[in-house]
Write a protein that binds this ligand. Structure first.
Ligand code: AQP
Length: 336
């Protein structure tokens, strides 16, 4: 395994609270793949966070395997990275509890993701949903992560992590590394295909609003054809005036590896229909090899379990070092 102490430490993950989407690929996974040769990277299946909203156990289990297989199919190398399930490393829950004792209610009440999820129709507002950012802080601080690659939606949570690390260090000395966000310049916020002023989200009740990494070509084409666009007919990148068109241009730019100004020139004189179809085609072509690799990996759950067991062993050893320092700092008795 290639890993040296000098490498920046990266931790990131996605909660299996719905399917993996192209937005997760763009906002998170592709950056993970780009970092794996230059960073000491830990990538999680964030299952403890997923139960902050109700989950069906059988669906959750199947989805967890899907996630690991997709992480690998998208290009993550299990030798170069530590790939593990959050629930396999109990230090996450333990540090989460400790950090609760340093977090103010008002800090969590201000979190826009909590406000958004707790005001959705029929939302079950449990303490876990409220406390979500504290467990996320524990995830990151346990591994002394220096960088956290996230979409723009998670920036507020990362700021809380930084505040907690600084607060804790102020009281107990340099226990935690204060992490920096790493937010991609393009695609940090992919928008819903149905409501382009809202982010694309796996828990959106409308499947037309998102593209799953495992969606079939005809489903992808159908969803893009039904994508909500804007008034007028000009194809121009302008997220304020033309959020729907701009979202499609962003996706086409990323999945066809073409700069947005070149796309604007290409679409001069063409209508929204052409933009929708060509974006769908680019996404379909991009996902085809990932879906093929996924099918082979997903067929062997035993091999996926082995990867997770190996990752959890490595993660546990690192997490324990931090947790011992934290317990020590509080004056807890040493464990023999
Ligand atoms: N729309 C998005 N555009 C770019 N990046 C995104 N991410 C999420 N949505 C977008 C990034 O993907 C990672 C996974 O996040 P998560 O599963 O921990 O939770 P999330 O941000 O709450 O994602 P969803 O899809 O909205 O999930 P639900 O519906 O379950 O809450 C993060 O790095 C995130 O920034």
């Amino acid at each position: 395994m290639v890993m040296t102490a000098a490498r920046p430490v990266v931790l990131s993950g996605i909660q299996p609270s719905g399917q993996l989407l192209i937005s997760h690929y763009v906002g998170a996974m592709r950056n993970w793949v780009a970092m794996q040769d230059t960073h000491d990277s830990l990538f999680m299946l964030v299952d403890l966070h997923a139960i902050t909203v109700p989950q069906d156990p059988a669906t959750l289990r199947a989805r967890c395997y899907d996630f690991v297989a997709l992480y690998l199919a998208a290009g993550l190398d299990a030798q170069k990275n530590t790939i593990f399930a959050q629930s396999h490393v109990s230090a996450h829950a333990e540090l989460g509890w400790i950090l609760n004792c340093y977090t103010h209610m008002g800090e969590l009440e201000r979190m826009t993701q909590f406000k958004d999820k707790s005001t959705r129709a029929g939302a079950v507002i449990n303490v876990g949903l409220f406390d979500y950012p504290v467990l996320m802080a524990a995830d990151i601080l346990l591994y002394q992560a220096t960088h956290v690659p996230v979409g723009a939606d998670q920036k507020q949570h990362l700021e809380l992590t930084r505040d907690l690390a600084i607060r804790f260090n102020h009281q107990y000395g340099e226990v935690f590394t204060v992490p920096e966000p790493f937010i991609p310049q393009t695609g940090a916020r992919i928008m819903s295909l149905q409501e382009p002023t809202k982010k694309m989200s796996k828990s959106d009740p409308s499947a037309l609003s998102y593209i799953g990494l495992l969606d079939t070509p005809d489903v992808i084409l159908k969803k893009f054809k039904k994508a909500v666009t804007d008034s007028g007919s000009e194809i121009r990148f302008d997220p304020e005036e033309k959020p729907g068109v701009s979202n499609l241009l962003t996706l086409l730019s990323i999945f066809s590896n073409t700069e947005i100004p070149a796309l604007e020139r290409h679409f001069e004189g063409q209508g929204y229909g052409a933009l929708k179809v060509q974006t769908a085609e680019a996404v379909i072509a991009f996902l085809a090899p990932i879906q093929e690799k996924f099918a082979a990996l997903r067929a062997d759950e035993g091999a996926l379990d082995d990867i997770l067991a190996d990752g959890a062993g490595r993660a546990r050893a690192r997490a324990e070092v931090t947790l011992r320092r934290v317990y020590d700092a509080h004056g807890f008795l040493p464990r023999r």
